[in-house]
Design a protein around this ligand. Sequence first.
Ligand SMILES: CC(C)(COP(=O)(O)OP(=O)(O)OC[C@H]1O[C@@H](n2cnc3c(N)ncnc32)[C@H](O)[C@@H]1OP(=O)(O)O)[C@@H](O)C(=O)NCCC(=O)NCCS
Length: 200
Amino acid sequence: MTESVSAEGNGEDLLAREILTRDLRCVTFAEEHISDRYLAWLNDPEVNRYSRRRFVRTSETEARSFLAGLSPANQMLALTLRASGRHIGNLQLGPIDRHESHGEVRILIGEKSEWGRGYGTQAIHAACSFYFQALQLHRVEAMSCNPGFIRAVERLGWIKEGCLRERFLLDGRRLNYKCFSLLRREFIPTATLQVKEVAC
Ligand SMILES: CC(C)(COP(=O)(O)OP(=O)(O)OC[C@H]1O[C@@H](n2cnc3c(N)ncnc32)[C@H](O)[C@@H]1OP(=O)(O)O)[C@@H](O)C(=O)NCCC(=O)NCCS
């Protein structure tokens, strides 16, 4: 899976600007992405079935304050289709801990018609490219009980480390919340990296 990763900044302030995968253009999440469709995704029970946010409703004001709170330690990319430019979801790169050298991946493809086309797998791989090639982190990690997410990280070679037992309440049942990670030495580096340095 070959990508092109563009980042901007120095050291701890490095920001992902654009990651191109085969089908996706992942770009810095901005005001223009907070559309009615985006707000509908955040409040769609089916989209959020496996999300930590499933019990809350998100208003436009809250979405804007989330955007304002993003930082080099918690970044977000909008996932857009290269072919049409359509915004289909978001990829969260964070929280990132530069001291211990690890970062989390969270993903939401809000357009349900786009599920199952390989975009989730591409986006997770794109996150790994940024973390391992641009930030030089030691490990990436994620927790999930979404079968699609689990299948995607397993296909990308992530390791199941264990689970938080009976942690996730779904339809009155308590599911194990599975923990996955990938170390830099386990990542297959195929991306072409372009880091633009900015003066500070
Ligand atoms: C989870 C999510 C990111 C997966 O993205 P996607 O683009 O649909 O996934 P992909 O098309 O890359 O598929 C990944 C793999 O999972 C499989 N898969 C997808 N949905 C599945 C499901 N519901 N059950 C079982 N397997 C599933 C696919 O078949 C594929 O496996 P394969 O390559 O062996 O065929 C996406 O569905 C999503 O954003 N859901 C809503 C938000 C969410 O739950 N995020 C994760 C929270 S941790």
